[in-house]
Design a protein around this ligand. Structure first.
Ligand code: DGL
Length: 257
């Protein structure tokens, strides 16, 4: 089972499919609580473990992946304490970014909630000591990614603002590597690349998460029955606009939870 606040976790699902093509996956979008990134720590701590507890009881997955940086950096340890099954989290990809940067200037785009987490401070101290990590909250990119998946137009100013939010900070002109610390953002990576102007490489954790899921389920047998379903909380009012994008990921129908 994969959980995100919306469809950002599809970027993780795509990588999981590559390494575990036969594994049945239930994708959960917690639309009733989107956006997680504008919520308080208390709200996320209250919401995510409780929702996952109910989902696990209902669907009995053998593993849960929190395909969301915001929920992982705030609630991963609480979820692990509450649930008796393997939980894979999403960690902002600061370690690989620090290994890749040539200039020593790394940008980090995430939600407002993610970029203020001690979890990120700790990753910075552990893996990016001696580098400059420049953070910027870009909540509008979440909406942009959701709109793109629905085939709706997005104002390019949204991407320009995100790029400028990093570049305008001290050291920002030297950024050569950008951590996409929200699972929605790889969905708009092309638009972000165009907005940056200067050549930058984008890094995110989806492949690493997929490798971790594969490792934790190694030796287990799977039977995937197609097509698969997703689970959405909240209203399903614009499902028809989302159906083509969901089909690309092998999801044919959606259950309301
Ligand atoms: N996709 C989520 C993340 O990785 C955040 C989106 C939201 O704000 O709900 O942080």
């Amino acid at each position: 089972m994969l959980l995100d606040s919306g469809l950002g976790g599809l970027t993780v699902l795509a990588e999981v499919r590559k390494v575990l093509p036969n594994a049945p996956v239930i994708y959960v979008a917690d639309y009733a609580a989107l956006p997680y990134g504008e919520k308080t720590e208390r709200q996320i701590e209250a919401r995510v473990p409780t929702l996952l507890g109910r989902l696990v009881e209902r669907y009995r997955p053998r593993l849960v992946t929190i395909a969301c940086n915001t929920a992982s950096t705030i609630a991963l340890s609480t979820v692990r304490e509450a649930l008796d099954l393997p939980i894979v989290g999403t960690v902002p990809a600061i370690k690989p970014a620090a290994a890749l940067t040539k200039t020593g200037s790394i940008g980090l785009l995430g939600t407002a909630a993610t970029i203020r987490q001690a979890y990120v401070d700790n990753l910075e101290a552990e893996f990016a000591a001696g580098k400059r990590l420049i953070r910027h909250a870009a909540p509008a990119l979440v909406q942009a990614a959701e709109a793109k998946l629905r085939g709706q137009p997005v104002d390019p100013a949204v991407f320009a603002e995100a790029a400028e939010g990093l570049r305008s900070q001290p050291g920002g002109q030297d950024i050569d590597t950008v951590v996409l610390a929200c699972t929605h953002f790889p969905l708009v990576e092309d638009e972000l690349r165009a907005a940056f102007g200067q050549p930058v490489q984008f890094v995110h954790g989806a492949q690493g998460i997929a490798r971790r899921v594969e490792h934790l389920t190694r030796g287990q047998s799977f039977l995937r029955t197609l097509p698969e379903f997703a689970v959405f909380t909240g209203d399903l009012y614009d499902l028809s606009a989302l159906s083509p994008a969901l089909k690309v990921y092998g999801i044919d129908h959606v259950d309301r939870f």
